[in-house]
Ligand binder design. Structure first.
Ligand SMILES: O=c1[nH]cnc2c1ncn2[C@H]1C[C@H](O)[C@@H](COP(=O)(O)OP(=O)(O)O)O1
Length: 449
């Protein structure tokens, strides 16, 4: 059956070389969809995924020639409307009503967590998606055209995913909510006039996880190994999950640099993603096994990706840093923030990574030993316990007689982001350990035992 334009009384047909371009209806963006319906003066419209609108209904394209291959699934229609030069006929710029975006799916994808999550539906009964570029380090202007993920082509989808730093293929429905902007595609990838993506185009520019030539912007081969990794339910991803997510990748040596306190407000850091974490600790003089001086009791956590880290997380847009770290602690360890919360005065240190385009702030929260035990107990009931957080742990701050087991062994684990640097800095700044003790622990070697 030949695809026809969905607008009543329009008989345009999707036929190669007839000069008409077809656009998918933005079903997943309630704001755009509302504007389209109004502009096309169609009431009670319930189009399906296959419905399209032809270029006759767009001012710019009304008398232009389409590219010979029309791929109407690639260009996100909302972005056409966002561009003031290309407005849909008779469209008026109504004030936008806020819609009910569900950020959870995107966050899960960024984390690498495979989960079945309820999707919010907008008033049309279709899915909302978070408009914007999914590449976490993208600094391109927000109004660039956005492209949907090629979720009808698993091979291509897998390559897109890997190029933008998702190490595995997730539930296809999660990809429906996310888009990548034009900033990541070589100019050969799209038609200069229509901005439609060409078949097999893949992102190759301004990507943290792809450093190859930008010309490598079309998928040409079918790699059977890659295909065997593809799954729509994530069951065969063991060994891959969370291994290379952009922010979560293991850091390179000296990748994180301390930001002097006087420079924390610098414009330079404002465009980076920001996260804040917290060092919860209590003074403790009770000897371990009646032998070892514990110095203090400090909580870290085993994360879903196998790394150790501190409670905390990414700061949402327009969210205050201190509010963010308190919110994250409530989510991750069920901290009662009415009793315990950090303030600006609890700031310990901040770092940044130019490569990850990430700024990491670190705060302290001092409690009594009795309170710390309560915090540990409450953590088992946290919303994120068993998924993002696999448990809180105390750090062994003593060293056994072999000069290796204890704190030196703990430091040999894998730590997320700059949490190892944060731990070492806090121990020293808060006078929990002497610099020479820390140095000794860092240089201790298993050959001694
Ligand atoms: O404890 C930490 N110390 C320093 N950096 C950290 C720590 N934990 C995570 N990170 C880095 C690397 C992460 O990918 C980002 C985001 O943090 P995360 O806690 O995973 O964020 P959400 O809970 O997903 O918001 O910060």
């Amino acid at each position: 059956m030949v695809q026809t334009c969905s607008v009543p009384n329009c008989d345009s047909k999707l036929i190669k070389d007839n000069g008409i371009i077809f656009y998918r209806i933005p079903l997943h963006n309630s704001k755009s969809f509302e504007r389209w319906s109004k502009a096309l003066e169609i009431e009670n419209w319930t189009p399906t995924e296959n419905c399209v609108v032809c270029s006759k209904h767009f001012q710019k394209y009304s008398d232009q020639t389409s590219p010979s291959e029309v791929s109407f699934t690639d260009l996100l229609c909302g972005s056409v409307l966002n561009d003031s030069k290309r407005k849909i006929c008779s469209m008026n710029n109504n004030k936008r009503k806020s819609n009910n975006l569900d950020h959870t799916n995107t966050k899960r994808l960024q984390k690498g967590i495979k989960k079945t999550i309820p999707i919010t539906l907008n008033k049309y009964g279709t899915r909302n998606f978070e408009q914007g570029c999914f590449v976490q380090t993208c600094q391109a202007p927000k109004d660039l055209p956005l492209y949907r993920f090629p979720y009808n082509n698993k091979h291509l989808l897998h390559i897109w995913s890997k190029r933008i730093g998702l190490s595995t293929l997730y539930d296809l429905e999660l990809y429906l909510d996310i888009t990548i902007c034009k900033n990541h595609f070589h100019e050969d990838c799209y038609d200069k006039n229509s901005l439609q993506l060409k078949p097999n185009a893949i992102p190759s520019i301004n990507l943290i996880d792809y450093l190859g030539p930008p010309e490598n912007c079309f998928s040409t081969t079918t790699n059977s190994e890659e295909i065997s990794m593809m799954t729509s339910n994530g069951d065969h991803t063991w060994g891959w999950l969370g291994s290379t997510e952009q922010f979560g990748r293991i850091s390179e040596l000296n990748e994180f640099i301390e930001i002097p306190k006087s420079q924390l407000q610098d414009e330079k850091y404002a465009c980076f993603a920001q996260a804040a974490h917290c060092f919860i600790y209590a003074e403790n003089s009770k000897k371990v096994f009646n032998i070892y001086h514990p110095r203090a009791t400090i909580l870290m956590q085993l994360r879903y990706d196998g790394y150790f880290g501190f409670p905390g997380g990414l700061i949402d847009a327009n969210e205050d840093i201190v509010n963010a770290v308190n919110r994250e602690m409530a989510e991750e360890i069920n901290l009662n923030t009415d009793l315990h919360s950090v303030t600006n005065d609890d700031h310990v240190i901040s770092h940044w990574s130019e490569k990850k385009k990430l700024v990491l702030h670190f705060y302290k929260l001092k409690v009594t030993m009795a309170e710390l035990i309560e915090i540990e107990k409450r953590a088992l009931l946290a919303q994120d316990y068993g998924s993002e957080v696999l448990g809180t742990v105390r750090i062994p701050l003593y060293t056994l007689g072999d000069h290796y087991r204890g704190f030196p062994v703990f430091l040999k684990h894998n730590f997320i982001g700059c949490s190892r640097e944060q731990l070492i800095a806090a121990l020293s700044i808060l006078n929990i350990m002497k610099p020479e003790e820390i140095k000794l622990a860092l240089s201790a070697n298993s050959i001694n035992i």
